[in-house]
Design a protein around this ligand. Structure first.
Ligand code: C2E
Ligand code: CA
Ligand code: CA
Length: 561
């Protein structure tokens, strides 16, 4: 092969002279190399061109034509203009160009082409030497999808914003909604394949002049100049269609995408702020229920900032032993007699200015950040201490504690509870865990074992907010509970609606038939109470009619005869 090549090139060809160096180079690199002889038009190629693109020989005459089919169609013009630029370049000039090219696995990834001219002994241009490098090897592209990464996005957006003083446009972030579940269920390799497919699909539907970038994990981004919000919505709908395609490949996968958009210069005019706002808008879309796009909204942003601020304050408060948290207790009474049975412990938090913040405003955040784990420990510790004190007067006093599923999934939780019961010498059957469901369970097996272990300890398990969200019949099929709690919304219309009356009556019958007791929440008036007691046979009642959540001392004053 070697001799043939030299014959082909001719002894006095400049390509012959450099062939030895050329071979030495290509053994040590991932890049593609080529050198073209400007006089003969012959181009000497590194061997990986033959390997990856099935080029016929190491010497070709129509290099650009051969390479073009491997270049992403929207980028071919870029490549062609770079090739003609180098033809007319002065000696020593360099020409750069970035485009997407197929890799060995048949996927498009970003590459960077660098070319320079070399001269003969008379200073005349004689050779062009070029290198094509994959950008994912140079920290400019994402190694999974081959798309340009965050650094590249920032640089490109900066260039866009500086390109003209009155430039208009939008920055769009696209995030996968359930990507973590896909990864956990099907493995990371499958997750990567999904991302790759998706990247190629989105690239296909985006208008040709828009580049798609991949930021961290499962987030894509692009920016569009001179665009109306409606146009962005249309682009987003096509992305949603891509997601459906992915679902079709593996019909058990449920993966959707959400989007967030921030507009320049209206929302902001610098790279950092625009990117933060697009991310906040994405968060907004997710809060609104996912599978949709949201535009940056300053009211939402303020609320989001408030939450972040609160999160920091809570973190400090937790570090100081949950200092600014406190518990209120709401009475639970025996439906038949109206007598006090126990209380539900409900958490509150003092904001910096001393105002009391309700749990709905911070529990979701504590769960998301897993701070619910230390806070949950604190709640149990305090509720048990209080219950123990009260049991001196009322030995069977039951205290109900809200337990988030995240706590149940936590591996040291059981040991903590067992230790707490032993330290306080409390009868476990006076402790009720109200499960407040909030997310999908990944490890049913483990949660089931935890459940059984608490049963075995003698703790009562109650299913909170039955009939809402995840708290449903299917859940009851998997987990046997001692008690279910029926939410206030099933009670509100009992006096006005025959349908609601029948519904609650039969749900209670159903629970009784499988041996579960029923606690009804949100009872605010006597007539409702009497109906639930006499017609429905409810077991336990909790509601403002019998008492509000109160601090420990107020509660004691009221109930200690
Ligand atoms: P939940 O467990 O369903 O608690 C009952 C909520 O309904 C309480 O609100 C209570 O004040 C309210 N409520 C009770 N009776 C009535 C009534 O007759 N009328 C009306 N309008 N409301 C009534 P709160 O204290 O704001 O708690 C809200 C939610 O926060 C709780 O809902 C629970 O899911 C969660 N939560 C509270 N404390 C904790 C905790 O320590 N840990 C966890 N994980 N979640 C907690
Ligand atoms: Ca509850
Ligand atoms: Ca409830």
């Amino acid at each position: 092969m070697g001799t043939n090549l030299f014959l082909q090139l001719g002894d006095d060809s400049p390509l012959s002279r450099i062939k030895t160096y050329f071979d030495a180079l290509q053994n040590s690199a991932d890049e593609y190399f080529f050198v073209s002889d400007l006089n003969s038009g012959q181009v000497l190629l590194s061997k990986n061109f033959l390997r990856d693109f099935n080029f016929p020989e190491e010497i070709v005459e129509d290099f650009a034509t051969l390479l073009t089919p491997f270049i992403w169609h929207d980028d071919r013009e870029l490549f062609e203009s770079a090739m003609s630029e180098i033809d007319s370049a002065n000696p020593g000039d360099e020409v750069f160009c970035e485009f997407r090219m197929l890799n060995r696995n048949g996927e498009y990834g970003w590459v960077n082409l660098r070319m320079t001219t070399g001269t003969d002994e008379f200073g005349q241009p004689e050779l062009v030497a070029g290198v094509i490098a994959r950008m994912d090897l140079k920290l400019k592209a994402d190694h999974v999808t081959g798309l340009l990464n965050r650094n590249a996005f920032e640089a490109a957006l900066m260039k866009e914003l500086n390109s003209s003083p009155n430039i208009h446009g939008a920055v769009i972030f696209i995030g996968l909604d359930n990507f973590q579940i896909i990864n956990e269920t099907y493995g990371h390799q499958f997750g990567d394949t999904t991302l790759k497919h998706l990247a190629q699909d989105i690239m296909n539907i985006l208008p040709p002049d828009i580049r798609l970038y991949k930021l961290d994990n499962d987030m894509f981004a692009f920016f569009v100049s001179e665009v109306y919000p409606e146009e962005i919505e249309i682009i987003f709908s096509s992305i949603q269609l891509c997601m459906r395609e992915i679902r079709n490949i593996e019909d058990t996968i449920y993966c959707t995408a959400s989007g967030g958009a921030a507009f320049y210069p209206n929302d902001a005019d610098d790279v950092t702020t625009l990117m933060r706002y697009a991310e906040v808008a994405l968060e907004f879309a997710r809060e609104k229920g996912r599978d949709q796009i949201a535009f940056f909204d300053s009211a939402f942003y303020e609320r989001w900032r408030y939450d972040i601020g609160m999160q920091n304050l809570m973190q400090n408060s937790i570090a100081r032993g949950c200092e600014d948290f406190f518990l209120c207790y709401q009475p639970q009474v025996d439906a038949k007699t109206g007598k006090l049975l126990g209380a539900e412990a409900l958490i509150r938090w003092y904001d910096r200015d001393g105002t009391v913040v309700a749990p709905m405003q911070f529990i979701p955040m504590l769960e998301k950040s897993r701070m619910i784990i230390p806070v949950g420990h604190w709640v149990i510790e305090n509720a048990v201490t209080t219950a123990k004190r009260w049991q001196e007067y009322m030995p069977k006093f039951e205290v109900s504690v809200n337990i988030s599923l995240y706590q149940l999934e936590e591996h040291t939780f059981y040991d903590f509870v067992k230790d707490c019961i032993e330290r306080h010498q409390i009868d476990p059957s006076t402790l009720v865990f109200e499960l407040t469901e909030s997310h999908n369970i990944y490890d049913w097996d483990f949660v089931n074992k935890q459940f059984q272990a608490f049963h075995d300890l003698g703790i009562k398990i109650s299913m909170d907010d039955f009939g809402m969200g995840y708290s449903n019949l299917a859940f009851l099929k998997n987990f046997r509970c001692n008690q279910i709690k029926i939410d206030k919304i099933f009670v509100d219309d009992v006096l006005n609606s025959n349908y609601d009356r029948q519904l609650i009556k039969h749900v209670i019958m159903l629970c009784h038939s499988v041996g579960m007791e029923v606690c009804i929440e949100g009872v605010e008036d006597e007539a409702t109470y009497i109906y639930l007691r006499d017609v429905c046979n409810a077991d336990i009642i909790q509601g403002f009619y019998f008492g509000y959540p109160e601090t420990e001392d107020v509660f004691v004053k009221r109930f200690k005869q």
